[in-house]
Design a protein around this ligand. Structure first.
Ligand code: BEZ
Length: 401
């Protein structure tokens, strides 16, 4: 409505109208940046590794995310999705700068990332400080849905504790008593081993040695010699990506596979089987996904993914796909208005996500409550043997919200 259409009593002379408009603009400029009105594009900041030992994991997550968006016609919550990408190189030292670029320079509406736990913790801090929505599509850092939890932070993947805890029970049931653990020395490795140890020792086992090397080193020889000398009943491991490929091959080449059974969090054989070949055959692992679930939901997802990317999907692709599903649930509830964070969070807390892994809900601290499968490698697949831990809920230690 122009001023000339206003009732006469409300009309201003031209100069006064001009001054009033200028004053209104000054006032608007002084206000903090507010979210775009629902209707424009939603800007998604993908912060993932595209180089280094986790490069393939980052690509699979992005593929999965894009697949779901494409299936929805390119829109979630009625709004088109636009992407801004950063290669975080799985480098915690660069993480704060990288995430701040997405938040402050690119003004993203939602952050999606990342793979590496140390980088994810920097993202969670920035998301918490700035109130930006964050969906974590892999990194299992327990603190992200523990002490660092926040109403605007969600995870579509797992906590490091979950697969480790489930495997601790499995290895104890198999009758092993003395276990050596081997992993990278950083949050994901430490927490995976902690989860394993908690369940294994509760069931009467003993972790006799905890071996580690810095991330992303792959010089395993000295540690493999130490495992051989310790002669445990079994070994438990957390490695992923390129490092996992080399570890499984080196373990077999050192002659250990025949004498000391190797168990792991499922990342050690997920997305890696082509490169590991026969050296991975027979390995038992625990994870919230497997290649042979055979449900209509998973079959449809696997077919669509294979057709689109000419690749078989893995757990990382599923987590990316589900991150997009979670964004969709939130955006639908607020009709695309990302500023309505309370309603966005309430919708996700009440949601059942229809994942290829099987349906899951979110815990109070926003981590998936999910079945952890026992899998065994055969014919280049992580075949499901059974459910190791039903609806496993991360304890969310230290979360207050
Ligand atoms: C992590 O750093 O949290 C992580 C990396 C790769 C696979 C699983 C977890």
């Amino acid at each position: 409505m122009s001023t000339t259409q206003l009732p006469k009593a409300l009309r201003l002379p031209p100069l006064a109208a001009h001054l009033a408009a200028a004053a209104a603009l000054t006032l608007l400029a002084a206000l903090p940046a507010v979210a775009q009105p629902a209707g424009g594009k939603v800007k998604v900041g993908l912060m993932l590794p595209y180089t280094g030992t986790f490069a393939a994991l980052g690509t699979a997550i992005e593929n999965g995310f894009r697949l779901y968006v494409t299936e929805q016609g390119g829109k979630l919550g009625g709004r088109e999705i636009e992407f801004v990408k950063v290669d975080d190189e799985s480098d915690p030292a660069k993480a704060t700068d990288n995430v701040n670029k997405l938040i402050k320079r690119d003004n993203v509406d939602v952050l999606v990332g990342t793979v590496h736990s140390g980088v994810a913790m920097a993202m969670a801090k920035a998301a918490k400080d700035n109130g930006t929505l964050l969906i974590v599509p892999n990194a299992g850092a327990d603190a992200v849905t523990g002490a660092m939890c926040a109403p605007n932070i969600f995870r579509s993947s797992f906590s490091n504790w979950q697969p480790g805890y489930a495997m601790g029970e499995v290895v104890a049931k198999k009758g092993h008593k003395k276990v050596v653990t081997i992993t990278w020395k950083y949050a994901a490795g430490d927490e995976s081993v902690r989860g394993f140890k908690e369940a294994f020792e509760k069931s009467g086992g003993k972790v006799v040695k905890e071996l580690s090397l810095p991330f992303p080193n792959v010089e395993f020889q000295a540690l493999l010699t130490e495992i051989a000398a310790t002669k445990p009943d079994a070994a438990y491991t957390f490695f992923a990506g390129g490092g996992a490929v080399k570890f499984v091959k080196d373990y077999a080449a050192a002659g250990l596979k025949k004498s000391i059974p190797l168990y792991g969090a499922g990342f050690v054989t997920d997305g890696t089987l082509e490169a590991q070949g026969a050296d991975a055959d027979g390995l038992f692992t625990t994870l919230h996904y497997a290649d042979s679930l055979g449900t209509p939901r998973d079959n449809a997802f696997r077919l669509a993914y294979a057709k689109t990317f000419k690749l078989q999907p893995d757990v990382y692709a599923v987590q990316g796909y589900d991150a997009a599903q979670m964004l969709s649930v939130g955006l639908n509830a607020v009709k695309g208005d990302v500023a309505k964070k309370t309603e966005f969070a309430a919708a996700l807390r009440a949601a059942k996500i229809d994942s290829p892994r099987g349906p899951f809900t979110l815990s109070k601290s926003h981590n998936p409550v999910q079945d952890i499968y026992l899998r065994q490698v055969g014919a280049k697949e992580n075949k499901v043997i059974g459910v190791a831990s039903k609806a496993l809920t991360d304890p969310g230690h230290g979360c207050r919200m």
